[in-house]
Structure formats: C-alpha cells, structure tokens
Ligand binder design. Structure first.
Ligand SMILES: [Cu+2]
Length: 595
C-alpha cells in the first residue's frame, strides 16, 4: 500500500471510529440498546485497527505520523480503556454507558481535529488543547445527561480542562521567531548583459478571445491567448518590455524555468513592484539556457495565469558552424530541418487549449513536440502511432533516452517535456487527457490504459556533479488552520505555517543545498523553485537510476518524499512554492534567500 493510500485509509478509519463512538453514545443515551452495542463494538474494532495504519505511517516517516503517535494514539488508548470495559459488561441499563462512549467519541474527534486542522509539526500546546476539549465536552455531557459524578471527579475534570486549555493556548499563541522579511534584491548586474538582440513588447490587457467557436473573457498579452511565442537563439540578449493596459491588479513576467538574474524574475513584492495599468517594466537577460520554457504573470498569479497571461519562451541552440553538428543525447530532431511544434496546454474558461490541429508531415522528417503544462494540475500526454524518445524535461536534455512506445507521460503543472521522433509513413497523434491536440492524420488509439513513464528510471545514469551537501532543509507539505492573518483560513502549509509566516531558507553562495520535500496532505503539490534547477536524488527512498534529472517543476504526490539538491549559484531572494497556483495563494509559498 502506498503511503498516500495509507494516509487516506487512516483518515477514513479515524472518521469511522469517531462516528461509531458518538453514534453508540447517542444510542445508549436514548436507551436503544442494540444499536448502542453494535456501534460501540464497531468503534472499538476501528479504533484498534487504527494502530495498524498509524504504525505503518510511522514506519514510512515520522512526518506522516507524529501527531498520530503522540496525540491520537494516547487519546485512542484512553477511549478504549474507558469505554471498552463498559461495552464488554453490556450493562442492563445501557444509558449508564453513554458518558464513557461519548468520551471515547470526543477523544477520537479531538485527535482527528489535530490532524486535519493542525497536522505537522506536532506541538504540546495543540495536544493540551485537544485534551481540554475532550474533558470539557465530557463534563458538559455528564451534566446534560443528569449523571452524577462525584465531587472529586468533577473538580478534577474542571481542573484538568482549565489547566490544559490555559497551557495549550499559551503554547499555541506564543509567536515563533518572526521570519525575516524578504528584501528587495536590486541586481545592478542585470543591465550589463549586453546589447539586446531580441526585442519584444508584451501588452497585458483584458480581451475577448475566440476558443473552440466561443468568445470568452480573458486577460491576454497582445490580445491573444497564449501570448506571443518568444524565440531566441542561445547567447541572444532578450529585452522584453511589459506594458499593462488595464489589468487592475497588476502584472509581471516570470520566466518559468529560466534561471535569470534575481531582479528579472518577475515576482511582485520580492524582485519588483507589480506593473499597474499605464505602467511598464523592461526585462533584460541573456538567453543562456537552450530549451522549452514559458512565461507568465506572477501578480495574483492564480487568477492571472488562469485568465490567459502566459506564453511560450523557446531558446534554440546556435546553428552548427560547418561540418556535421555534434549530436547530443536525444537531440535527434534537429530543429533546423525538422518540424518543431509547441503544445502549451491550458484550460481557459473551461475550454481546453490548444485546439486540435492536423498537419501532414513527410515520412522521415524529424519532429520535436514541446509539451508545456501551463495549468495548475497534472496533465497526461500520450503519443500514438510512433515510437518516440523524451529528449528533454524542463529544458534540460536527458542523457541516453531510449525509444518508448505506447507509453504516456504525466507532466506536472509548469513542467515541460520535449518528445522527439522521426515521422513514419502512417499518421501520428498526440493526446492530452484523451483528447487529440496534434496529429499528422487520422489516428484512432485507445491510450488510457498505457503505462506511464517514470522519468526517474529513464535514460542513462551519470555521476552527480557534487559529492557533498552543505545545507539541508525539510519541507513538510500539509493543510492547516492559519489564524495569523486578518481572517482565519484553511491554508496549504509548509512545516505547519503559511505564507508569509514560513521562515525563509537562508543559504550561502556556492553551497550545495539539499531539500527533502514530504507531502503528508491528500493533494498533489507541483513544487517549483525559482532561479535554480534542482537535481533529483531520490523519491520515496529509491535513488534516481536513469538520466540525471534537472527539474524546475515536479509533482510531489500524497505520501511522497523527494530528495533534491541544487547549487546555490544565483544570488537573490527567490520564491519557492507550489505551482498549483491556488495552493500558493492559500499559503504554500516560501522564500529562498542568500545570506
Ligand atoms: Cu500544492
């Protein structure tokens, strides 16, 4: 069973146990003997069964089980010890079992709330608050049901509840060390990248665009969705003037996957101010990474990108100068003579983009399909009718990619895969989530049952460029109640905190920095570090056995533990966040800073 499934199973069992005890308690209070005994027996079994899921989660990693071992398990033991004997005795007056059964229910609910509202890391304060809640609810129940606890029991219960409440609240509200405020990094060197050789102007504005025969309201660059495709040759200096016509909440340009100087990274409030209506901002950087990238606004990005403020950035290798060009691994579809197709996938007002297109390609032509996922969730791509290779992921060529056939690829939010093949005499079609978006002729293929490529085992291995890690961080992804803002919110959290209260990660230039990313939530989190590509070391304890993988976007599934590392070689203050943009907006964003 995967850790993700275990997390779900544990949650379901905990809910069933709580419901069983509460239902049994309510039935016994109503003197309904059979349902009371039945529900309580069910609750007893599920409570005991939970020991199995908690133990399994603890074995998978302490992050997954900390609060379950330290808070849920003791509360469950208390529930079984208090309610179990009553149940076994099956008293003649079933109502006498109501308070113990309800106590067990409150204990299970308390533990459940700790997991759902607080999660990781566990704290004594939260444990005490849970105890206070359980004792208080039991005391109130006792009075309401007219039972007569002895004076000593009453006084003890009140004392325990008050002490736990006061201590727990104190521990929970005591502010942690306030994170340093990310500072503006004015990178004076950014203007020194040379004379511009590729100039573009992107004007952001509200627009009505036609998609699939419908007119939809969008936010567009130069009136089109996606925005203009920006192309360059490696070594060019790009100068992109961003103008905002009428996007009231402001816009910026973030070069997704492009490790630009910090001042050009386009994160409002960190590297620049948002460009407001009537304003402009000029980005300038050298195109020193070959490959498939994209740009998008980073101002109110969950809305802005969804509404259409994105486009493709394509940097081609320098043309070969005389003689045979040195072929690199996987680059068998040379773009100079072949067909080069960009497929930026997006969902605009519920309509999937791009629209389907068919273009015949002569047999023998090298084809490169540049698949780009600009949505906030994973898409599944399947190329039917030809063997192919994955030449590059996130702009970086893979080493020794082998031919694949009848195999799908999953691309995380923000990610890019370049597929290459030589056009056969028969038609080829690319399906995205079962929909044909590009084809060279009519193809009928059922691709849904195809296996999915695991990039961690694909291609030829090579030794890591470093044998050391100078600094390590662990990011535990979860959900939790965030009470620090103006309004309480159910945030997506990192190490129990939500933006802007997540302490920044501080590194020094030249260090090799290791990250462990743990997902103990039930959501997929596509992780995205700005300004750097990370080298994947392992996933769920299994090291990478294929080509080195340099990623800027990778899906951390529920229950996953990824270990990655990067070289701190691009000074500044960088966003480090989930690229499911509503998640980032709901707190899952922190900062990487150079000291
Ligand atoms: Cu997320």
């Amino acid at each position: 069973m995967s850790v993700g499934s275990l997390l779900v199973a544990d949650l379901v069992i905990a809910v069933l146990a709580a419901a069983g005890w509460l239902g049994g308690g309510a039935a016994s209070a109503a003197r309904r003997r059979r349902p009371a005994l039945g529900l309580a027996a069910f609750a007893l079994l599920t409570t005991v069964a939970r020991a199995v899921t908690i133990t399994a989660l603890a074995r998978a990693g302490w992050w997954f089980a900390a609060e379950k071992v330290l808070i849920a398990a003791p509360l469950s033991v208390a529930a079984v010890v208090v309610a179990g004997p009553r149940l076994l005795r099956a008293p003649a007056d079933i109502r006498s079992a109501a308070v113990p059964l309800l106590f067990a229910g409150y204990a299970e609910v308390g533990a459940l709330l700790v997991t759902v509202l607080h999660g990781y890391p566990v704290s004594a304060g939260v444990g005490l608050l849970a105890v206070a809640g359980v004792v208080t609810a039991t005391g109130v129940t006792w009075r309401v049901l007219g039972a007569r606890p002895s004076g000593t029991v009453s006084r003890t219960a009140v004392a325990v509840a008050v002490a736990a409440l006061v201590t727990g609240t104190g521990l929970v509200v005591t502010p942690a060390a306030a994170p340093a405020v990310p500072h503006r990094h004015d990178d004076a060197a950014a203007g020194a990248v040379g004379e511009p050789t590729r100039r573009f102007t992107l004007t952001a504005g509200t627009a009505t665009v036609g998609v699939s025969g419908r007119n939809v309201a969008a936010w567009a660059f130069n009136g089109q969705v996606p925005g203009p495709e920006l192309t360059a040759t490696v070594g060019d200096v790009l100068e992109v003037t961003l103008r905002n016509r009428d996007i009231g909440r402001g816009v910026t340009l973030h070069w997704h996957g492009y490790d630009v100087p910090n001042s050009q990274d386009g994160v409002p409030g960190m590297t620049q101010d948002a460009v407001l209506p009537g304003q402009e901002f000029v980005y300038r950087f050298r195109a020193d990474q070959v490959g498939t990238y994209w740009y998008h606004t980073h101002a109110v990005s969950d809305v802005g990108v969804r509404m259409g403020l994105y486009g493709v950035l394509l940097v081609r290798p320098a043309p070969a100068t005389g003689g045979a060009s040195a072929s690199t691994d996987g680059a068998d579809a040379t773009t100079a003579t072949g067909v080069d197709v960009t497929v930026p996938v997006h969902t605009l007002a519920g309509v999937p983009l791009p629209e389907s297109r068919t273009e015949p390609v002569a047999a023998g032509t090298p084809v490169r399909l540049r698949l780009i996922n600009t949505d906030s969730t994973t898409h599944r791509y399947a190329l039917a009718g030809t063997p192919f290779r994955v030449a590059a992921i996130d702009g970086y060529d893979l080493r020794g990619p082998t031919p694949l056939a009848d195999t799908a690829v999953l691309i995380p939010a923000g990610g890019r895969y370049d597929l290459v093949f030589t056009a056969p005499a028969t038609p080829v079609a690319l399906f995205v989530d079962g929909r044909a978006v590009y084809s060279t002729g009519a193809v009928s293929a059922e691709t849904r049952a195809w296996p999915v490529l695991d990039p961690l085992t694909y291609g030829a291995a090579a030794p890591a460029p470093w044998s050391r890690v100078d600094r390590e961080f662990t990011l535990v992804l979860d959900r939790g109640l965030d009470l620090r803002g103006l309004l309480p919110r159910y945030a997506h959290t990192v190490n129990g905190a939500a933006d802007p209260d997540i302490p920044p990660q501080v590194v020094r230039q030249g260090e090799v920095v290791g990250f462990t990313i743990v997902n103990r939530s039930l959501f997929v989190h596509p992780w995205h570090l700005h300004g750097h590509h990370v080298l994947v070391l392992s996933r769920n304890g299994r090291p990478v056995t294929g080509s080195p993988l340099w990623l800027d976007s990778f899906d951390v599934l529920p229950g996953d533990v990824w270990k990655v590392a990067f070289l701190a070689d691009n000074p500044g203050t960088w966003a480090n966040h989930c690229h499911n943009l509503p998640h980032a907006d709901a707190g899952m964003m922190l900062h990487l800073m150079y000291s």
